[in-house]
Design a protein around this ligand. Structure first.
Ligand SMILES: *[C@@H]1O[C@H](CO)[C@@H](O)[C@H](O)[C@H]1NC(C)=O
Ligand SMILES: *[C@@H]1O[C@H](CO)[C@@H](O)[C@H](O)[C@H]1NC(C)=O
Ligand SMILES: *[C@@H]1O[C@H](CO)[C@@H](O)[C@H](O)[C@H]1NC(C)=O
Ligand SMILES: *[C@@H]1O[C@H](CO)[C@@H](O)[C@H](O)[C@H]1NC(C)=O
Ligand SMILES: *[C@@H]1O[C@H](CO)[C@@H](O)[C@H](O)[C@H]1NC(C)=O
Ligand SMILES: *[C@@H]1O[C@H](CO)[C@@H](O)[C@H](O)[C@H]1NC(C)=O
Ligand SMILES: *[C@@H]1O[C@H](CO)[C@@H](O)[C@H](O)[C@H]1NC(C)=O
Length: 501
C-alpha cells in the first residue's frame, strides 16, 4: 500500500497529462461496472517494460500484482492482465494500477453483472427513437447503478487486441442514453429490480450486418458445407466485426450476451440454422478462454426472434425465425444450454418512421427477454417465461388437434388466423411443401385450455394428402398482440412453428 501511495504522490500528475507508460485497455474506464462475485473480474491493459511488476489496488489497498508480458498478438507494447478477487461489495471503488512506468486509475467502479448487447439495426436502434422516448430519457438518471458503454463502429480483417477508438462508460441520463441501444438499455432497466446489483451494459452493434461479420473464422469453419455469404459492402465481410467489436472485449469477465440480428440473413435461413449456434458456442468458448475461465463457458445467451414486418416481399423472415429456434425442437435452441428467446412477431410497427423493419416498441421486446432471463440466466423458479409451445399433433377425421405445453396458464385464442396446412397430390410421405406453394389456410373449429382443433376438410380440394401444418408463417403475421394463440396469464404468444405430418 505504501508503494502505491508513494507512486501515486509522484506519478498522479503524469497520469493526468496522459504521459504514464501504463494504461488500461479501452473497454475499461471511470464509472464502469465490472463483473462481481462469484466470478472474478479481469483487468488488463498496456505497459512497455516486459517483466515489470504491476501493482493493483482497490480503494488504495493493494490486492494483487502481476508482471508485464509481451503482447501475444504482437505489437511493441506489453500487456498486463490480472484477476481481481471475487467482489461481493458493489462499490463504488477506485482502482489504481501502477508500475515503474507510472500509474493509471479508474474511478467510481461498481461490481455487478456485465451484459454484452450485439446485433444489427434493431439492437442499434436508439433510445431517442423508441415509443415514449421523452419519458424514458427523463427517468434514466434514476438508474445510476446501470452503466452504459457504446462501442464505436469499426472493422478489421485481423483480430484486434484493443478497441480501435476510445469510448466512455456513462451514467445514464437523457444525453448519454439518447444514442444508446434501446433493447440493451430496457433489458438492463427491467432486470435491475430483480437482481439487486449494478448492471454494466456494453452495446456493440451495427445496422445491416450479417452474422458472418460477427463470427470468428473458427465459427464460420463449422458451417463450411453451406458456404459463407460475403456481401461486398463494408462492414459485411467475414469476421470483420468479430475482429474489431467483439474480440477486444474477450478478456473482460461478462455475465451474458443478448443478441438481436438476422434480418440481413433472412434470405439464407438454412445457413443461419448452422451459423447461429456455431457463433454462440464459439463466443462462449472464446470469452471463457480469454478471461482465464472467469466468464462461464455456457454463459446465458438471449436473443430476439425477428419482429413482425410488412408482408410486401418474401424476405424469408418466417424461415429465419424458424432457424433461430426450431431446428432444436420446439424449445428455443434446446440443443444449447442457457439460451433464451423473446418472440416479437406480434410486435410490429407497420408505420414506423424508421421503416417497418424497425418497430419502435422495444419495451415489450425487452420485457419478454427479461422474463426469460430471470428464469434461464438467473434460475428463478416457477416463472412461465414462454408462450404456448406445441407438443402433439393428432389427425382424426376432418380435424387436426394441436396440443400445447402452456405452463401453468390456459391458452387464450385471440384470432383464428395464421394456420396453414400443406396439402398435396404427391404420395411420398416425406414430401415437404415448398415455403411458397401448396399451403392452404385452415380454420379453427374449437379450442380448450390446452389445445385447438383445425378444420382440414378443405385439404380434399388440394390433393387430400396432408404433409404438414404451420403457424404464423408470414413476415407480419398479425396486428399488435393479436396473433392467434397466447398464454392467458403471461400474455406471451405461441412462437411460429412448422410440423411435418
Ligand atoms: C478486408 O478484406 C476485404 C477482402 O480482401 C477487403 O475488401 C476489405 O476492404 C478489407 N477490410 C478492411 C477493414 O481492411
Ligand atoms: C449526462 O452526463 C454527461 C456525462 O457525464 C454530461 O456531460 C451531461 O451534461 C449529462 N446530461 C444531463 C442532461 O444531465
Ligand atoms: C453517444 O453520445 C455520447 C454523449 O453525447 C457521445 O459521447 C458518444 O460519442 C455517442 N456515441 C456514439 C456511438 O454515437
Ligand atoms: C456456468 O453456468 C452453468 C449454467 O448456468 C452453471 O450450471 C455452472 O455452475 C456455471 N459454472 C461456473 C463455473 O460458474
Ligand atoms: C407508452 O406510455 C403509455 C402511457 O404510460 C403506455 O400506456 C404505453 O404502453 C407505453 N408504450 C410502450 C411501448 O411502452
Ligand atoms: C369445415 O370446413 C368445411 C368447408 O371447408 C365446411 O363445410 C364445414 O362446415 C367445416 N366444419 C366445421 C366443423 O366447421
Ligand atoms: C400478412 O398476411 C397474413 C396472411 O394473409 C395476414 O393475416 C396479415 O394480417 C398480413 N399482415 C399485414 C401487415 O398485412
Amino acid at each position: 500500500m505504501w508503494t502505491i501511495l508513494a507512486v501515486c504522490l509522484y506519478f498522479c500528475r503524469t497520469d493526468v497529462d496522459g504521459a504514464s507508460g501504463i494504461s488500461f485497455a479501452r473497454s475499461y474506464g471511470n464509472h464502469m461496472v465490472l463483473q462481481g462475485a462469484p466470478n472474478r473480474a479481469v483487468l488488463w491493459g498496456f505497459a512497455h517494460k516486459i517483466g515489470d511488476i504491476v501493482h493493483v489496488s482497490l480503494d488504495n489497498n493493494e490486492i494483487t500484482t502481476t508482471t508485464v508480458i509481451a503482447n501475444p498478438h504482437g505489437g511493441s507494447s506489453g500487456i498486463w492482465k490480472v484477476k481481481l478477487p471475487a467482489q461481493n461489495s458493489k462499490g463504488p471503488f477506485v482502482i489504481h494500477v501502477s508500475s515503474s512506468e507510472g500509474l493509471a486509475s479508474i474511478y467510481d467502479v461498481l461490481f455487478g453483472d456485465v451484459w454484452f448487447c450485439s446485433g444489427q439495426s434493431n439492437m442499434g436502434f436508439s433510445m431517442n427513437h423508441v415509443f415514449n422516448h421523452t419519458e424514458e430519457l427523463n427517468e434514466a438518471a434514476k438508474y445510476s447503478e446501470i452503466r452504459i458503454f457504446n462501442t464505436k463502429r469499426y472493422t478489421s480483417n485481423t483480430s484486434l487486441t484493443d478497441l480501435s477508438q476510445a469510448s466512455h462508460w456513462y451514467l445514464p441520463n437523457s444525453t448519454t442514453l439518447g444514442n444508446f441501444s434501446a433493447v440493451c438499455w430496457l433489458y438492463g432497466k427491467y432486470l435491475y429490480p430483480h437482481i439487486h446489483r449494478p448492471i454494466g451494459l456494453i452495446e456493440s452493434a451495427w445496422g445491416g450486418t450479417i452474422i458472418e461479420a460477427w463470427s470468428s473464422h473458427d465459427a464460420l469453419a463449422k458451417c463450411t458445407s453451406t458456404g459463407n455469404r460475403v456481401n461486398r459492402a463494408t462492414p459485411n465481410h467475414p469476421s470483420v466485426l468479430w475482429n474489431a467489436m467483439v474480440s477486444p472485449f474477450l478478456p473482460m469477465t461478462i455475465y451474458g450476451v443478448i443478441w438481436y440480428q438476422g434480418e440481413s440473413n433472412a434470405p439464407h435461413a438454412d445457413k443461419y440454422a448452422c451459423q447461429f449456434p456455431a457463433m454462440i458456442t464459439d463466443w462462449r468458448h472464446k470469452f471463457h478462454q480469454a478471461s482465464n475461465g472467469e466468464t462461464n463457458e455456457t454463459f446465458p445467451f438471449g436473443f430476439v426472434q425477428l419482429a413482425g414486418n410488412g408482408n410486401d416481399t418474401n424476405r424469408g423472415f418466417p424461415d429465419l425465425r424458424w432457424a433461430q429456434t426450431a431446428n432444436y425442437g420446439y424449445v428455443p435452441n434446446a440443443q444449447l444450454p442457457n439460451v433464451f428467446m423473446s418472440v416479437a412477431m406480434d410486435l410490429p410497427d407497420f408505420h414506423s418512421p424508421y421503416g417497418s423493419v424497425h418497430p419502435r416498441d422495444k419495451q415489450d421486446v425487452a420485457s419478454r427477454l427479461v422474463l426469460a432471463a430471470r428464469a434461464v440466466a438467473y434460475g428463478e423458479n416457477g416463472l412461465d417465461f414462454q408462450g404456448p409451445i406445441p407438443t402433439k399433433f393428432t389427425l382424426h377425421g376432418s380435424s387436426l388437434t394441436i396440443e400445447f405445453n402452456q405452463g401453468n396458464s390456459p391458452i387464450e385464442v385471440r384470432s383464428d388466423s395464421g394456420f396453414e396446412m400443406c396439402c398435396t397430390y404427391y404420395t411420398d410421405p416425406n414430401y415437404q411443401c415448398p415455403t411458397t406453394s401448396e399451403w392452404y389456410v385452415v380454420h379453427m373449429t374449437s379450442h380448450s385450455s390446452s389445445s385447438i382443433a383445425l378444420n382440414i376438410t378443405s385439404c380434399t380440394d388440394h390433393g387430400n394428402r396432408i404433409r404438414g401444418v404451420r403457424y404464423a408463417w408470414h413476415e407480419g403475421p398479425c396486428q399488435v398482440k393479436h396473433c392467434a394463440i397466447y398464454g392467458r396469464d403471461n400474455d406471451l404468444p405461441a412462437p411460429p412453428f412448422k410440423h411435418h405430418i
